[in-house]
Write a protein that binds this ligand. Structure first.
Ligand code: SF4
Ligand code: SF4
Length: 156
């Protein structure tokens, strides 16, 4: 299942305490730290995003958002896409949408392979998933999709 980020920015809206600017080293360059992993990194604002980065009204209005997030039309974009830390690059908010036979959305699976669903039937099926899935996440994703399909769900 291929994940495509829609650049809605919602995953970055509360990461201001986790992606921290330690110092500005040039007009568009920064020494930063990814606090959750304690990893320092250097970031330069992407050339094509410098104009939107310079407008700092958004971080002023959203103090908990990552300092590098900016609106761009209908999108909220990471302005250091090239230099963002690995956990940002590999983050996948939703890797599976689970639908019933009528096409109604019953739940979603995040990149961490946990279920988000209020549906009791799907939650019961998921208990089996948790018990039986392969330990390796790489193998588990395809296994879970096949398992849910055998249980009558559509997986997108
Ligand atoms: S990873 Fe998901 S939540 Fe984050 S910007 Fe992309 S689509 Fe939005
Ligand atoms: S560095 Fe970019 S992707 Fe990571 S939290 Fe900030 S805006 Fe989001």
């Amino acid at each position: 299942m291929t994940f495509t980020c829609r650049q809605c920015g919602s995953c970055c809206m509360f990461l201001g305490d986790y992606i921290v600017i330690e110092r500005q080293t040039g007009p568009f360059s920064f020494d930063c730290e990814s606090v959750s992993t304690g990893t320092p990194f250097r970031a330069q604002v992407d050339e094509d995003k410098r104009a939107i980065f310079l407008d700092d009204s958004f971080p002023g209005q959203h103090p908990h958002a990552c300092r590098f997030l900016r609106p761009d039309g209908n999108l909220l974009r990471c302005t250091i896409h090239r230099d963002s830390p690995p956990q940002c690059k590999f983050y996948r908010c939703v890797v599976m949408r689970i639908l019933d036979t009528e096409g109604c959305l019953r739940g979603t699976v995040r990149g961490t392979l946990d279920l988000h669903s209020d549906d009791p039937a799907l939650r019961a099926v998921w208990e089996q998933v948790v018990k039986e899935r392969p330990k390796d996440d790489g193998e588990a994703e395809a296994w879970i999709a096949a398992f849910l399909k055998r249980k009558g769900y559509r997986v997108e």
